[in-house]
Design a binder for this molecule. Sequence first.
Ligand SMILES: Cc1ncc(COP(=O)(O)O)c(C=O)c1O
Length: 346
Amino acid sequence: MTPAIDLRSDTVTTPTPAMRRAMADAPVGDDVYGEDPTVRALEEEAAARFGRAAAVFTPSGIMATLVLMKTLTTPGQEVICEADAHVVAYEEGTVAQHAGVQFRTVPGDRGRLDAARVRAALRPAAFPYTRLGAISVEETTNRWGGTVHGLTTLRSLRALADECGVPLHGDGARLCNALVATGDDPVEVGRTFTAFSICLSKGLGAPVGSLAIGDEDVIAEARGWRRRLGGAMRQVGILAAAGRHALDHHVTRLAEDHAHAQLLAERIAAGAPGSVDPREVVTNIVYVDTGDRPAGEVVATLAAQGIAVGAMGPSLLRLVTHLDVDADDCERAARALVAAVTTPAR
Ligand SMILES: Cc1ncc(COP(=O)(O)O)c(C=O)c1O
């Protein structure tokens, strides 16, 4: 049964009536022949939004990252990323398995890499050391509560990548959240990456899809990898239409999700002091320390009240705000969570 208030992830949204209408009305064609006008429009608009030449629509964020890694790296190289990056924490070795590279993980500051930390981890660029193939950065950080690197840090990471002669890859599953939080210019941020992905089916509320974005030659090769990996699709304009609608109508509203996350954090911090620091909540993800109460117990208590949250550790919960939760839902969830965390175990 669908929970009444689902805060497990921003992937749980369902398409709005307006999005469904856009999908139903979309002109379509065979995208493997490059003949789906809605897919082409989505790819062109997404690339232009970030000041880049090209984009390719992929079925998932994992595939967007994989086709870029296949394009940007050579098997046997290593890719530096943050210790808790989604690519290492959640993707079951996809990139290692299919692109043949190893990840070298570097702990960041609440999930954020910076040039000094990456520089300290560099190996000599000489035999017999494993060669660096790319630096990968996640914006925003999933496992660190939606923290944001921002333009200045991304620029310094790109400068370091250039110095090393390697690409800067961006896992921008929630890049639009970062842009809304910082007010940074999407074109300036888009130019910091050699190539990057954005996801349409997280905070943006589309049912499917990501885009890999970059220069013409990189995206042409990524498109080839998408086909070889079985990710090329046919009359998929009905899905691209949802993505176009999301980019047109659901980006600026991410500020509401951020305000709702802040509301959750403030209410929970007030009722269960020490469980969360609202100052650390800058986008749409809230991590809550359940103290002595096992996270699994709190999840079950809330589930019985129709409220779904995720357990991320023995005493760690994750709550993510999105299109399908409002301020009242957050007030109710915060009250229930505070009661569950502060009620002594029987
Ligand atoms: C930061 C980040 N990158 C990549 C992904 C993978 O996206 P998908 O589930 O569309 O493959 C996720 C999914 O939650 C994510 O949070």
